[in-house]
Design a protein around this ligand. Structure first.
Ligand code: AMP
Ligand code: MG
Length: 340
């Protein structure tokens, strides 16, 4: 067969373009599949959040995970004026249309309210305002002031219309998701990392730690729990794989007046900071559960807190009381290393 020189040139060009095309695609594939490690820190949700990830295109995965955390914050922070939670609060007394995600998180929070018989209560916003924890202008309210607002506190008065995604809280009430939203954000970030096929990652969000898989060398992540009274010392070390560990403590946000420590975890029954415990660490599969439970068990206290932890499947805890006695849940006894 005779091929004219013109056709030969065209064929050569096509083969060359094809080859270049294949080369480009191959390059893209090999870049996409390249295993890299990325470590980045950003300040979001009022805390420094660090993500470390190893896997294909880890940088893109980490950036997307941060974008997701920022999105969650923009929906659930009551300090962002356009957030859905701010809308619910600003229009208290009226039905407010919200996203399915907000309905789901409110539902989870209400469920924890029920499980803990009201120790966990997302309507504590008005009490946090009264104590100045929302503005950092701390003050000790008098008993009368507290009694005046206590009738605006109570998760049972939150109404949810599931069919139409509507929420209504009583006039003057205030939702605060500070005890649960960070957990949700971390779970979402984990989903993003997993959707990028990241095999090994750690999300560190102001003391809350989430691990994806094991460490790069296959060993478990060894995570230290801060001592509640000696900030540079560790209370214990635990090993985690695909797990989350969240601590609530009276040392995180507090002020001291007349030698008494007043902190940000409020007992909804009294309107005062919860007394008896100084630190509660929860280990669970999901960060949202660990986050809600660490706050809730802190309010429940030594005995009721232990009872609840032992009742729940897949939940482990380390509880420290104000005498610095330490309790470790039964499922954790063999895998925890307590410091002297
Ligand atoms: P955490 O550090 O997860 O224990 O969350 C503490 C935050 O939870 C506080 O700063 C408040 O925003 C919120 N909070 C305080 N007391 C309660 C409570 N009894 N139930 C639910 N959320 C609370
Ligand atoms: Mg919490």
């Amino acid at each position: 067969m005779k091929i004219s020189s013109n056709i030969r040139i065209v064929l050569f060009c096509l083969i060359a373009i094809g080859a270049v095309g294949i080369m480009i695609v191959h390059n893209q594939l090999s870049t996409a599949n390249q295993i890299t490690s990325t470590q980045r820190t950003r300040f979001l949700m009022d805390t420094a959040i660090e993500i470390r990830a190893t896997g294909p295109n880890s940088e893109e995965a980490v950036n997307e995970a941060f974008t997701e955390i920022a999105r969650v914050e923009s929906v659930f922070s009551r300090f962002i004026v356009e957030s859905e939670v701010s809308l619910i609060n600003a229009q208290s007394g009226r039905w407010v249309s919200v996203s399915e995600e907000t309905i789901a998180l409110m539902d989870k929070a209400i469920e924890y309210g029920q499980i803990t018989d009201g120790a966990f209560d997302i309507t504590v916003g008005i009490l946090l305002d009264l104590w100045g924890f929302s503005s950092n202008e701390w003050r000790i309210p008098d008993q009368e002031e507290i009694e005046q607002v206590l009738n605006k506190v109570g998760f049972r008065s939150i109404e949810v219309n599931y069919g139409e995604n509507l929420v209504r809280i009583p006039k003057g009430s205030c939702i605060d998701l500070g005890g649960i939203a960070k957990g949700h954000a971390v779970d979402q970030a984990r989903n993003v990392l997993e959707s990028h096929n990241i095999q090994s990652a750690m999300i560190y969000a102001g003391g809350d730690i989430f691990t994806v898989g094991s460490k790069q060398d296959g060993s478990a992540w060894r995570v230290g729990i801060q001592h509640p009274r000696q900030s540079t010392e560790l209370l214990a070390i635990v090993e985690l794989v695909d797990n989350t560990i969240v601590t609530s403590g009276d040392y995180e946000r507090f002020f001291v007046a007349e030698e008494v420590r007043f902190h940000h975890i409020i007992d909804p029954a009294t309107g005062f900071p919860a007394r008896g415990l100084i630190s509660v660490t929860i280990i669970a599969d999901s960060a949202v559960d660990a986050d809600a439970l660490s706050t809730a068990v802190f309010v429940l206290g030594w005995e009721s807190g232990q009872l609840l932890v032992e009742q729940l499947d897949g939940i482990e805890a380390i509880i420290v009381d104000d005498q610095e006695s330490i309790w470790v849940s039964s499922g954790l006894e063999d895998s925890i290393q307590l410091m002297e």
